[in-house]
Design a protein around this ligand. Structure first.
Ligand SMILES: Cc1cc2nc3c(=O)[nH]c(=O)nc-3n(C[C@H](O)[C@H](O)[C@H](O)COP(=O)(O)OP(=O)(O)OC[C@H]3O[C@@H](n4cnc5c(N)ncnc54)[C@H](O)[C@@H]3O)c2cc1C
Length: 223
């Protein structure tokens, strides 16, 4: 199995439970926006506990960036990442993933499921091609929203937030529904990208199929 040891240059919280991790980049390590790798912590007992995470840096950047939501209740690798510091090492494996840019569409993300879309739109924005797509971004509460301002810029204001566990004046409340999706489908070629926790992906895919979209129009990858 391909194996690269990288050193953490910085690690910080970008929300109450989500980390931004920057590492050095191995030589000749190539990936496309939306792709991921398996990462393990290079500490005793954790080297053989890899978990998949998406690159949020771009191929042209001289470093790697990851945005990682932590789940202390799993007592797993993401909880352990909360004890990791600058100078500690991570073990990276092969690059994989089919969730890559296929053209404008509606992007539906839940929580940390925003990471592949963030990478795609950071790349598109570099050549000013972040044209006519919209984002529906589902979170539990407003404090779970990752990089709100950057998403506004990348999607040129076409961001629809929905919160399942908080009522606010600013954002929609509830779960993603046909009523929320419908207005965005009228404006594009009916290509929908979906990424998020398994239960959310299953529910949204079913909704899209009930709305008449074919499997080919739904771009997704199991999380
Ligand atoms: C291709 C891909 C790319 C990804 N990219 C990212 C990314 O960029 N950023 C990101 O934050 N996440 C990403 N994920 C999700 C991430 O891999 C998982 O959140 C992570 O593996 C969870 O690791 P863990 O050690 O916390 O949990 P694990 O110990 O690996 O637990 C695995 C699963 O078991 C279940 N589970 C375990 N314990 C509990 C519990 N106490 N209560 C409820 N359920 C439990 C959960 O369903 C959990 O997802 C990606 C996933 C895939 C497949």
């Amino acid at each position: 199995m391909e194996k690269h040891i990288v050193t953490i240059r910085s690690i910080s919280h970008i929300t109450h439970d989500t980390l931004l991790i920057i590492t050095n980049k191995p030589n000749n390590y190539t990936f496309s926006p939306g792709q991921a790798t398996e990462i393990a912590i290079n500490k005793n007992g954790w080297q053989n506990e890899p978990r998949p995470f998406t690159f949020t840096s771009l191929q042209g950047d001289p470093y790697l960036e990851f945005i990682i939501k932590t789940y202390p209740e799993h007592d797993g690798a993401t909880d352990k990442l909360l004890d990791v510091n600058k100078g500690d090492e991570l073990i990276l494996h092969e690059v994989f993933g089919e969730l890559t840019w296929k053209g404008d569409g509606l992007f539906i993300a839940g929580g940390a499921g925003i990471t592949p879309f963030l990478a795609m739109f950071r790349e598109l924005a570099k050549s000013n091609q972040h044209g006519n797509s919209s984002l529906i971004y589902a979170n539990k509460t407003s404090k779970d929203i990752i990089l709100k301002e950057e998403l506004e810029t990348l999607f040129k204001g076409r961001v629809h937030h929905i919160l399942s566990e908080e009522k606010t004046k600013e954002f929609d409340h509830g779960l993603i529904s046909e009523d929320i999706i419908k207005p965005y489908l009228a404006d594009n070629e009916k290509r929908v990208y979906v990424c998020g926790p398994p239960a959310m992906m299953e529910a949204v895919e079913k909704l899209l199929k009930d709305m008449g979209l074919s499997q080919e129009q739904i771009i997704t990858e199991a999380w």
